[in-house]
Design a protein around this ligand. Structure first.
Ligand SMILES: [Mg+2]
Length: 395
């Protein structure tokens, strides 16, 4: 079998990759909704992979893996990798998890990082109210993640929050030393959320990046009695093109609150210091950023050797990204906690994709399906949502 074409079309704001072969089998991969600008980067790899056998996934990947980087520049490579696995699975007549070593579990636990309700403000009452809504959502999530501090509106809405001037806009630019008032405000919001959740539902906190070491240790120690699931991305994180594992290690050593990072990190090599140095307790690579699902599986196995837990990121990965997460998480070792459940946005995504269970999430779990490849496909209605100029995507 040979690759005859690589195509890309942006559905809504998710770039979709389609790899076409001379055997009449095609494969799909998806890029996060926040990266609607990525088509030229995806098409850059076309000439690197044409003519190769897509079922030799690793051999194809060796051509393109080195020409990628941390988020957002690992997404194109990751989406191509997923499309290759989709083809390999379809060609073998097997679900992708079988090609990754077989499933370890029949259903995968997910956590809530995407089923959101608008926040009316950034007070403890606002956080409690928002948490009440998420607690009542029909997926019955057993873990809910909420953004606080630099990963929220707090720098803009809480007066005298830190010693830095708030920076508006995307990419999580805010950072600096918190005021005592800022730190107390964060703790009050977390206490209010825990009051709602009790000990039935785990609370994870997405915090930054942008924190200092002393502030992180103060927060982590203050929250120890609340048994938080994890503190995510305090020092580095979203759109930080480096890791700083040694800095994380200082924090992790100082507290019993679990420390988490890794969503923006590209390739196994860049997890080495975090894992070997026991710099965090939990890592959260995203299959759409790390370099694909086999890369994620490899890192999960290596983390397991070192007693580090897995909670993969996925909030913007869309429905094909969801399928990829289900396949790889079914095959993950027993250090697996849960992955971050992505939703289809806008809602019409659910009308154009076939193969997902209905309802998708029951009691915070998704049943692993047995369809060949990733097990999801576009139906005829998808053509209606093809953007202008990309009408030949399915041809
Ligand atoms: Mg995060």
């Amino acid at each position: 079998m040979k690759i005859t074409d690589l195509k890309c079309a942006v559905f809504g704001s998710n770039p979709m990759v389609r790899i076409v072969t001379d055997a009449g089998i095609d494969g799909y991969g998806e890029v996060e909704a926040s990266k609607n600008y990525l088509k030229p980067h995806i098409m850059f790899y076309r000439d690197f992979i044409l003519g190769q056998d897509p079922t030799d996934v690793e051999r194809v990947m060796l051509n393109i893996r080195r020409v990628g980087a941390f988020k957002p520049w690992g997404s194109a490579v990751s989406a191509i990798e997923m499309a290759l696995w989709d083809i390999a699975g379809k060609a073998a007549g097997l679900p992708v998890y079988k090609l990754l070593g077989g499933k370890v579990r029949d259903r995968v636990r997910v956590y809530n990082g995407a089923v959101r309700f608008p926040m009316s403000g950034a007070s403890p009452e606002d956080y409690a109210e928002n948490m009440r809504k998420m607690k009542n959502s029909p997926e019955n999530f057993s873990i809910i993640k909420q953004g606080i501090a630099f990963h929220s509106q707090m720098p803009h809405q809480v007066p005298n929050f830190s010693y830095s001037d708030p920076v508006p806009g995307r990419w999580h630019r805010n950072r600096g030393l918190l005021t005592e008032r800022g730190l107390n405000h964060i703790i009050a919001c977390v206490e209010a959320m825990k009051e709602v959740l009790g000990d039935e539902i785990g609370l994870a906190l997405d915090c930054g990046p942008g924190w200092t070491v002393p502030d992180t240790i103060r927060l982590a120690k203050a929250l120890e009695p609340l048994n938080i699931m994890w503190l995510e991305d305090t020092i580095t994180g979203d759109y930080t093109p480096y890791v700083l594992a040694d800095v994380y290690r200082e924090i992790t050593r100082a507290t019993s609150t679990p420390i988490h990072t890794g969503e923006q990190i590209y390739l196994r090599q860049n997890f080495r210091e975090l894992i070997e140095g026991h710099a965090v307790n939990v890592i959260g690579p995203d299959p759409c950023d790390i370099g694909g699902i086999a890369e994620l599986k490899w890192v999960a196995e290596y983390a397991d050797l070192h007693g580090i837990l897995m909670a993969p990121h996925g909030t913007g990965d869309g429905l094909f990204g969801l399928a990829a997460l289900v396949q790889v998480c079914a095959a993950m070792p027993e250090n697996y906690i849960a992955f971050e459940y992505p939703t289809g946005k806008p809602d019409w995504w659910y009308d154009i994709v076939d193969g997902l269970p209905d309802p998708i999430v029951v009691d915070s779990h998704i049943d692993v399906w047995d369809t060949p490849g990733m097990g999801v496909s576009f139906n005829e209605k998808a053509r209606e949502y093809l953007p202008e100029g990309e009408e030949d995507f399915f041809d």
